[in-house]
Design a binder for this molecule. Structure first.
Ligand code: DGY
Length: 321
């Protein structure tokens, strides 16, 4: 009998075909994720769950699934939606998809950085509003990247990939990475500094840490007040790392220069969120990993973790507790 699994969204065929070929798969067919109560019902009796960052996977859900549950496989590198400790206590390995989305996410961070610095979205709106009447010496002036300081909060895979891109733009790169080794960072042209120094010296600050209890709300009113009035904050990590109300007020009041966000709190961002009214905050809908090739790789990796788990094998990519 093929193992019963639940797949919480239609993922790219590169992964879905592998799951369908090896499992008795219940695949959630809708664009909107199943509500927690529905998810809890659907996972009863399955041996594996392939989930996404929108699905809350906690101990109660694992218990509802039953003692035969052998694996939880997340199609994302971040896994703050999963209670990994609860899974560990129940002997259920959790898989994720590190590495394959590093470049796509770093590209998006850089796209937001450039778009924010050079006011690309505002410029498009300017044309659409019929304001482009002539070449204006003082219109739509932005910031330079060349010679500017980029501060990376977090110097893991994605932070390092952003640093590589920044070196091509002749930026000075500093990073806050409490567990990072200064000599390793230096080989990549990055200087490790304290968070305070990073916030005070950077022209652009880009966030590349996971969401956990020590990073939740890390960039709040106090941190924003340390930044330069011209500084731009980029967040492609997780929305709750930034206090969004404090960010709105800081940009509105000129405490900082602007922001580029791929992630918000909550997601999706409500249409009446005041953040969306500010021309110098660019928001995109969590598309960091959204390239065809990257999503194919993520789907395949998530499927491989799932299949290994239901067969009782070590997962190719297992989250460490
Ligand atoms: C991840 O993998 O955690 C990303 O946020 C998905 O794009």
């Amino acid at each position: 009998m093929p193992p019963k699994v639940f797949v919480s969204r239609i993922i790219p065929d590169a992964g879905l075909d592998l799951v369908k070929a090896a499992c008795d798969a219940d695949i959630w067919p809708e664009t909107m994720p199943p509500a927690y109560e529905v998810l809890t019902e659907r996972v009863r009796g399955v041996e594996g769950i392939l989930c996404n960052l929108n699905d809350r996977i906690d101990g109660a859900l694992m218990d509802a699934a039953g003692p035969q549950l052998k694996v939880i496989s997340q199609m994302a590198v971040g896994y703050d939606n999963i209670d990994v400790r609860a899974a560990h206590e129940r002997g259920i390995p959790v898989g994720n998809t590190p590495g394959v989305l590093t470049d796509a996410t770093a590209d998006l961070a850089f796209a937001l950085l450039l778009a924010s610095a050079r006011r690309i979205v505002e410029s498009v709106e300017y044309i659409r509003a019929g304001q482009w009447r002539t070449w204006e010496p003082k219109a739509l002036l932005g910031g330079d990247l060349n010679g500017a300081t980029l501060g990376l909060i977090g110097l893991g895979r994605i932070g390092q990939a952003v640093a590589r891109r920044a070196s091509g733009f002749d930026m000075r790169v500093i990073a806050y990475s409490p567990r990072g080794k200064p000599e390793e960072a230096a080989k990549q042209g990055v200087t490790l500094v304290s968070l305070e120094q990073l916030l005070r010296e950077s022209d652009y600050v880009s966030i590349h840490v996971p969401l956990n209890e020590s990073t939740r709300g890390m960039i709040g009113r106090e941190a924003l007040a340390m930044m330069k009035p011209s500084a731009i904050l980029i967040n492609t990590a997780r929305g709750p790392i930034v206090d969004q109300k404090a960010l709105f007020e800081a940009v509105r009041d000129g405490v900082i220069g602007g922001a580029g966000l791929d992630v918000t709190d909550p997601e999706p961002i409500p249409l009446d969120d005041p953040i969306l009214t500010l021309p110098n905050i660019t928001v995109v809908p969590h598309i960091g990993s959204a390239s065809q090739r990257t999503r194919d790789k993520m789907a395949r990796m998530a499927a491989e973790n799932l299949l290994a788990g239901v067969e009782g094998q070590p997962l190719p990519n297992q989250v460490r507790v």
